[in-house]
Design a protein around this ligand. Structure first.
Ligand code: ATP
Length: 338
C-alpha cells in the first residue's frame, strides 16, 4: 500500500523485499517515520518487524528496496562484500540502536559499559542519570551476565540512548519488562520525543502502540496492512448490538441497515470472523465520528421498530486490536506480559 506523504521524514523505507532462502519475509514493505515523532511498527510474532528494523539499522541488506536514514540513502551492498556496510561513521554517531537480544558484552559491570559508551560520543547523556531514570543505579557494579532479563533490557535501552542520538531504533523495547519498568521506559521515550528525538520502535503490544505512537505502521506477513495515527486507524467508536439467542446476526444487520439507511454517516456490518473472533457474533454500527447519544437512541429505536428490542446495545471504543483483526482475520500475539 502507498505510504502517506511525510514531508519531514527521519526514515524512509521503500519497497523492501527480503527472502531467507526460499522464504519471503518482507514483501514490498514501505513506510516513513517523521522527525521528532514516535513511530511504532506493530505486528504479530514473525511478521517481519526485526528484519525490517535491521535493514534500517544497516545490519541486514534487503534483496530489493531502499532505505533512507536522516536524509542519507543506505548504500547498496557491493559485489565484493557481503557486509551491509551502509552506515558511515558520521551517520552512526547520529543513530541509536537497541537490538532485540541486547547485544551487550557479558563480563563487564553495567555502569562501566555505559560510561565507556558515553565516552565514545561527543555530547553524551550523563550515564549515571540515565541509569537512575531506568532504575539501574543499584546494579551499576553488577556484571551484565548477572543482571535479570528486564535489567539487561533496560541497560540495552540506555546504551542506545547514551550518545544522544537524533534517531533511535528500538526493537521491542519493553518486552519482558514488568509494568513499573515499562511505564518508566514509556516516560523516558515520551520525554525524548518532546526534546526532538525521532523514535522508531517495533512492538507486538497494541497497548504500547496506542499509548505512545504518533504514527503506527501495522505489518502482517511482511507487508504494511495499514498506517496512520492510532485515532486515524481506529476511527470513531462503534456501537455493538448483541442479538438475543437464536437471532442470526447477518439477518439482524441487514434489517437494521435498511432501517437506518436514511441516517447518514453510519455503517452496519457484523463482527469480523477469524481465529480471534468471539463465539457470539455481534452487529456493528460504525459512525464517522464518536457516536453520540442520538446515534445510540436511533439504533435502540430502530431495533424496537423492527422487532429486535431484546438485543443488547453497547458503545465500544475501537482498539488497534479490532483494526488488526478486521484487516487480517487474526489477532496480534496475546499480551501475556502486560
Ligand atoms: N536469519 C534468518 N534465517 C531464516 N529465517 C529467519 C531469519 N530471521 C528471521 N527469520 C524468519 O523470518 C520471519 C520474520 O522474522 P522477524 O524476526 O523479522 O519477525 P518479527 O516480526 O520481528 O517477530 P518477533 O516479534 O517474534 O520478533 C520469521 O518467520 C522468522 O522465523
Amino acid at each position: 500500500m502507498p505510504s502517506p506523504a511525510i514531508a519531514d521524514a527521519a526514515l524512509r523505507v521503500s519497497g523492501l523485499h527480503k527472502n531467507y532462502g526460499t522464504r519471503e519475509v518482507l514483501r514490498g514493505l514501505s513506510f516513513a517515520a517523521g522527525r521528532a515523532r514516535l513511530t511504532a511498527v506493530l505486528g504479530p510474532n514473525g511478521a517481519g518487524k526485526t528484519t525490517t528494523i535491521e535493514c534500517c539499522e544497516g545490519l541486514r541488506h534487503p534483496d530489493a528496496g531502499t532505505v533512507e536514514v536522516l536524509g542519507t540513502a543506505l548504500g547498496a551492498r557491493s559485489a565484493s562484500s557481503r557486509s551491509p556496510g551502509s552506515y558511515d561513521a558520521a551517520l552512526r554517531a547520529r543513530v541509536g540502536v537497541m537490538l532485540q537480544d541486547g547485544g551487550l558484552p557479558q563480563a563487564p559491570r553495567a555502569g562501566a559499559v555505559l560510561a565507556h559508551l558515553a565516552r565514545l560520543h561527543e555530547r553524551p547523556v550523563d550515564p549515571a542519570e540515565l541509569m537512575r531514570r531506568l532504575g539501574l543505579t543499584d546494579v551499576a557494579r553488577t556484571p551484565i551476565r548477572r543482571l535479570s532479563g528486564g535489567q539487561r533490557q533496560r541497560l540495552a535501552l540506555a546504551a542506545a540512548l547514551v550518545g544522544r542520538p537524533e534517531l533511535v531504533f528500538l526493537d521491542e523495547p519493553s518486552a519482558g519488562l514488568d509494568v513499573r519498568a515499562r511505564l518508566a521506559v514509556w516516560d523516558l521515550l515520551r520525554e525524548l520525543r518532546a526534546d526532538g528525538t525521532s523514535l522508531v520502535l517495533t512492538t507486538h503490544l497494541m497497548s504500547e502502540a496506542e499509548e505512545l505512537a504518533d504514527h503506527v505502521v501495522v505489518i502482517d506477513a511482511g507487508a504494511v496492512v495499514a498506517e496512520g495515527s492510532p485515532r486515524e486507524l481506529t476511527g470513531g467508536d462503534e456501537i455493538r448490538v448483541l442479538p438475543a439467542g437464536g437471532t442470526d446476526p447477518a439477518t439482524l444487520a441487514a434489517t437494521l441497515e435498511r432501517r437506518l439507511a436514511g441516517r447518514g454517516g453510519l455503517r452496519v456490518g457484523t463482527s469480523p470472523t477469524g481465529d480471534g473472533a468471539t463465539a457470539e457474533p455481534w452487529v456493528v454500527v460504525g459512525a464517522d465520528g464518536p457516536p453520540d447519544a442520538g446515534v445510540l437512541s436511533a439504533v435502540a429505536t430502530a431495533l424496537t421498530d423492527v422487532g429486535y428490542a431484546d438485543a443488547t446495545v453497547t458503545s465500544h471504543r475501537r482498539t488497534l486490536e479490532d483494526v488488526f483483526l478486521e484487516l487480517t482475520g487474526h489477532t496480534l500475539e496475546p499480551e501475556k506480559d502486560r
